[in-house]
Design a protein around this ligand. Sequence first.
Ligand SMILES: Cc1ncc(COP(=O)(O)O)c(C=O)c1O
Length: 389
Amino acid sequence: MSFDEIIDRRGTHCVKWDMMEAIYGVPADDGLAMWVADMDFRPPQAARDAVQSMVDHGIFGYFGDDSAYKAAIRWWMAARHGWEVQDDWIFTTAGLVNGTALCLDAYTAPGDGVVLFTPVYHAFARVIRAADRRLVELEMGVEDGRHVLDFDAFDAQMTGDERMLVLCSPHNPGGRVWSRAELEGVADFCRRHDLILVSDEIHHDLVYPGHTHIPMAHIDGIADRLVMMTAATKTFNIAGAHVGNVIVPDPDLRARFAQRMAALGMSPNSFGLHVVTAVYSPAGAAWVDDLIGYLDSNRRLFDDAVNAIPGLRSMPLESTYLSWVDFSGTGMAREEFTRRVEKDARICVNHGPSFGKGGEDWLRFNIATPRARVEEAVARLAEAFSDLQ
Ligand SMILES: Cc1ncc(COP(=O)(O)O)c(C=O)c1O
């Protein structure tokens, strides 16, 4: 397959293209959807074959025997991440926002503080607030154009009622692949403040050459307070399958999680299980390798063009297809640079403030789209900010 193929997603109930006019006032006919974090590419053939064989059979009953599904997850984590997991550590949730919410439910109580390193994926704050937990935003620094963690500054903001940290590793937005030293710092921080650590590693497969993702499970001294979350959905562009892995090595944490899953009557959707089993495979791995090559070229094209516009600066992506662009150098108010991107360039993006403290001057662009669209987007941006040249 070619990632260059332009596939018309309009009229398919896809949020990214079908909701852009309602939300941004930008019609899909002429606008560019660079917001929601899914890709404009078809998943690997194995995913489509799995659904096709279900359709061909035509009976969509309850799923039984998840051993092949769990074996596929085990294989993927070992082959791609050098991480050995056991079947009974794996829980299947309706995605990782759901996984986060279940962790809040299992390990915290209303009123407890839940910590985020911001700016970070917006749905974390949404579920924390909705669950009546206290949102604790610890703002990251930016050094040499990249997010950094300042644990001394973080320590000073802790009050003692915090119970959990949700880490995004690799980080969305901005794409940091945290180093071993940084992850050890996170582990120390969690021990110091007696926090459960939920490590959302949904972007772990989408890492660019020159960077290596380290699973938090490989960091010493954290296993007894660690919940790992991974998924095939970002990697293979199957987000609508709403399926995620919450992997809990510690027996006590596992029992508490299992109890909440049972209490809430959670059981997985068979479509998700069939597709995940198919893509966590050598064929899926080959597809991801090709995808990374394509995204790598997109990010270079995007970065070169955006950074040539005076006042705009993109964070160098180490992972993810979600480019984080700083507009503070334009000297414009947020409303003005956002208006230019959305109304003049007709590009729908995610607004920085929705990612929490530190996002004020930034916009997030999804570059997982055919190259011709990225070229069009950067040409439109250059035009929209041409008075700065
Ligand atoms: C860090 C992170 N976690 C979770 C999600 C969404 O996960 P799900 O669709 O499995 O709920 C996203 C989507 O962008 C994400 O970036």
